[in-house]
Design a protein around this ligand. Structure first.
Ligand code: NAD
Length: 494
């Protein structure tokens, strides 16, 4: 059985706690590895290695840091297929989806290569007589990233690329369900010339997370995962004096107006609902269809669903893979089974024909879902699309704004004025106009509103640079014997 250890000081270190987790191949349902879980002492040792590396790394010139990151960019690019394969084996996503994850993660590494341009401060010459004032940005220290199972390569790249380019050292606690991508990435960073201890990986569960949240040498925590854990991480981390950004779950609505291109809308809804088996925080999970076109739109979605080829990542023709675990598959199926009892209409039941081996489900479609029903209220995180019928634009907007989540949303219409009004009114952090999965490019920042994000800095891009640095302002005067005198008054600038 393959055993996955931690990554400390640029090498694999096997765990000593005696505790471990099971890593499945979701396409077969079989265990393929065991991952060591850190105890408090092991976690402390990882943080100590990151702390020891900090003085050297933060003194390393920006150009040298960028050189390492440029090399990392080349290595990730050269190893796209290899990383995608690792992701596919442990997560279950099909190769095209895993390659997409890699491409979007790589954008964050490319952005980080240019961070020296964002580390520039301001400078005010002669703020007072002979006095100059300037601002600088400095790293926070040892920072941590805690990541979810659904993007085991991309989400770590959202975090570590900016964090280490800004001069921090980093401890990653990846999802215990698919931990191998993080280990492969760690070795690429070593090959890129990153000094020992700057990037570390520690595997584990709540024990490791709790120690990170209370460890006195951890300055900041960047978290991505489900809303209850995000809230817990935010509250615990900030109570312990840390800077925290904690991104949570979602229920993303796609509002389809009567003037939309309905074929385009149906293609978008099917792609965004069932891609990655719905295990995306930006998946479209609710189509809010205006009544007058709802039947027509549902027919178009219905005819597309049977064409989706469900299969393992090893099958090149597969478009949708299995879910992450058996428990999760059964939980997702439970939403479909419960929907009819709640008064919704199950148009396609994808649980009926699911394969026995592996954690597969076929796509499901539920119509007439409403707030108050579990299938509408909760994040399903599986291949289940629910449709809620609304009277018109205002009712659709209200539905979205009343939802406790605010990660992503999209409007489908040909009316630019209405689309602009939607962008103005909607209480959601990332908005698509005829674009179903509006994940921002790496030079913007990613983040939801309301229960989809705790903290005030979004992830990656410019806000990621802010998150991993803090400002300092220097007021400076050089001795000039011609102007020196004793003056006990409060310093004035005029
Ligand atoms: P999760 O919350 O179960 O786990 C996330 C991380 O927290 C993992 O590293 C896990 O080990 C750790 N964790 C789990 N339970 C914990 C506990 N009780 N105490 C401390 N730590 C704990 O999330 P997941 O199932 O891995 O990922 C799916 C969720 O992540 C979905 O809700 C999805 O919407 C969300 N997500 C959000 C975004 C975003 O950007 N907003 C992106 C990807 C995924």
């Amino acid at each position: 059985m393959n055993r996955i250890g931690h990554w400390i000081n640029n090498k694999v270190v096997l765990g000593t706690s005696g505790r471990s987790g099971v890593v499945f191949n979701p396409a077969t349902g079989e265990q393929q590895a065991a991952v060591d879980f850190a105890n408090v002492a092991e976690l402390d040792a990882v943080v100590a290695s990151a702390k020891a590396a900090l003085p050297g790394w933060r003194s390393t010139s920006l150009s040298r840091r960028a050189e390492v990151m440029f090399r990392m960019r080349e290595l990730v690019d050269a190893n796209r297929k290899e990383i995608a394969n690792i992701v596919s084996l442990e997560h279950g996503k099909v190769p095209a989806d895993a390659m997409g994850e890699l491409a979007r993660g790589l954008e964050n590494i490319e952005f980080a290569c240019g961070i020296p341009a964002l580390m520039k401060g301001g400078y005010s010459e002669q703020a007072a007589g002979g006095v100059d004032v300037y601002s600088i940005r400095q790293p926070l220290g040892v920072v941590a990233g805690i990541t979810p199972f659904n993007f085991p390569a991309m989400v770590p790249m959202w975090m570590f690329a900016n964090a280490i380019m800004c001069g921090n050292t980093f401890v990653l606690k990846p999802s215990e369900k698919d931990p191998s991508a993080a280990m492969f990435i760690a070795d690429l960073l070593r090959q890129s010339g990153l000094p020992d201890g700057v990037f570390n990986v520690v595997h584990g569960d709540k024990v490791a997370v709790d120690r990170l949240l209370e460890h006195p040498d951890i300055a900041a925590v960047s978290f991505v995962g489900s809303t209850p854990i995000a809230k817990y991480v935010y509250e615990t981390g900030t109570r312990n004096g840390k800077r925290v950004q904690a991104l949570g779950g979602a229920k993303n609505h796609m509002l389809v107006l009567p003037d939309a291109d309905l074929d385009m809308a149906a293609d978008a809804a099917v792609s965004a609902a069932y891609g990655s088996a719905g295990e995306r925080c930006m998946a479209v999970s609710v189509v809010a269809a205006v009544d007058s076109i709802a039947d027509q739109l549902i027919d178009k979605i219905k005819t597309r669903i049977p064409n989706i080829k469900v299969g393992a990542g090893t099958d090149p023709s597969a478009e949708m893979g299995p879910l992450i675990t058996r428990e999760h598959r059964d939980k997702v199926a439970g939403y479909v089974h419960g929907a009819a009892k709640e008064g919704a209409k199950v148009v396609i039941d994808g649980t009926a024909k699911a394969k026995d081996d592996g954690f597969f489900l076929n796509p499901s479609l539920i119509d007439e879902a409403k707030p108050g029903m579990k299938c509408y209220d909760e994040e399903i995180f599986g291949p289940v699309l629910v449709v809620t019928r609304v009277e018109g634009y205002e009712a659709g907007l209200k539905l979205i704004n009343d939802n406790p989540y605010g990660n992503g949303t999209a409007i489908f219409t040909r009316d630019g004025g209405v689309a602009r009004q939607f962008q103005f009114d909607v209480q959601v952090g990332m908005v698509g106009i005829n674009v179903p999965i509006p994940v921002p490019v790496s030079y913007y920042s990613f983040g939801g509103w309301k229960a989809s994000l705790f903290g005030d800095q979004h992830m990656y891009g410019p806000e990621g640079v802010n998150f991993f640095t803090r400002g300092k302002v220097v007021t400076s005067r050089w001795p000039d014997p011609r102007t020196s005198s004793v003056n006990l008054g409060f310093p004035q600038n005029r």
